[in-house]
Ligand binder design. Structure first.
Ligand SMILES: Cc1ncc(COP(=O)(O)O)c(C=O)c1O
Length: 321
């Protein structure tokens, strides 16, 4: 993992959330963190409902705008924590611009690279200090284990993360290490297929009359399409699309057959979910609305099945919308 991400070392944890929790434990009471406002719901939950009780301060901003990030930074800001692309609205943050801001202010830049995997994006090459992954997703790739990793660039951070991992007892168990190591052997071929299917499905949905809007960095209409092209080797296989209402989304989700209704992502099989009621249910409604999580927003993790089968499945389910 350290080699794949171009880091100094990597430590593996029982889940992505355990890895992310370890990274926040590098901080001290009174420290402030600026995060992407559209982070994974679990990160929003751990920050606002748990870590705040230990004296950490958090500001959630639209990190696709360096100006907003700069405005949110304070004298006690010690970390910038970004997800790019974000979950589920696929906003892109300019990693190199964030690295510059963080380094100038003596803060750590942490990038969650789960959505693209090291095959499609390497944040450390763009200046990030720490990379985290939910290995539950593309790195393992088969939806049969959970795991997380922290990739470090500085020996002093690595020492602290190793201490936290051992002290908190959150290291990944041997069987899961085996599964992820085996998954990584096919990462390249899986990602090529995921990426090709992702592009084709996004274009298909974008042209479909029943779909109001598609969120996918590979579409020229995406607001940060140029930044994505600059820092990613491909747009990936995560996309979201708006069907207009909860009722329409429910009818659609009840009909899909190849795409399994499930919260996870990044496995060989296509997984589909409704962020407002599933992954992001712990986010207050007004925050959901601000970041574009409407009731009719459907998130799709495009798998590596035959492309025609995926498209036929989506088309037959869209007839019910
Ligand atoms: C982008 C991202 N980061 C972190 C996590 C947390 O990972 P885990 O489910 O392995 O705890 C998830 C889970 O969905 C995720 O999507």
């Amino acid at each position: 993992l350290a080699k794949l991400e171009g880091g100094h070392s990597a430590y593996v944890f029982t889940s992505g959330m355990a890895a992310i929790d370890a990274v926040f434990r590098l901080l001290r009471p009174g420290d402030h963190v600026v995060l992407s406002e559209a982070v994974y719901g679990g990160v929003f939950r751990i920050a606002t409902q748990l870590l705040v009780h230990f004296g950490l301060e958090f500001s959630f901003v639209d990190t696709s705008s360096p100006e907003l990030v700069l405005a949110a930074m304070r004298a006690n800001t010690r970390m910038l924590y970004i997800e790019t692309p974000t979950n589920p609205t696929l906003r892109i943050t300019d990693i190199a611009a964030m690295a510059k801001l963080a380094t100038e202010r003596n803060a750590l830049l942490v990038v969650d690279n789960t959505f693209l995997s090291p095959y499609l994006q390497n944040p450390i090459a763009l200046g990030a200090h720490i990379v985290v992954h939910s290995m539950t997703k593309y790195l393992n790739g088969h939806s049969d284990s959970t795991g997380g990793c922290v990739v470090l660039t500085r020996p002093e951070d690595a020492e602290k993360i190793y201490f936290i991992q051992r002290s908190a007892g959150a290291g990944l168990a041997p069987m899961d290490c085996f599964l992820v190591s085996r998954g990584i052997k096919t990462l390249a071929v899986r990602m090529l297929q995921h990426n090709a299917n992702g592009i084709a499905v996004a274009r298909h949905l974008d042209a479909h009359a029943k779909v109001r809007k598609v969120y996918y960095p590979g579409l020229p209409s995406h607001p940060q399409h140029d930044v994505a092209r600059k820092q990613q080797r491909g747009p990936g296989a995560m996309l979201s699309f708006d069907l207009g209402s909860l009722e329409a989304a429910r009818r659609f989700l009840n009909q899909v057959k190849i795409c399994a209704l499930a919260e996870s992502l990044g496995g060989v099989e296509s997984l589909i979910s409704l962020p407002a009621l599933m992954t992001h249910a712990s986010m207050p409604k007004e925050v959901q609305e601000r970041i574009g999580i409407t009731d009719g927003l459907v998130r799709l993790s495009v798998g590596i099945e035959d492309l025609e089968d995926i498209i036929a499945d989506l088309d037959q389910a869209l007839l019910y919308v």
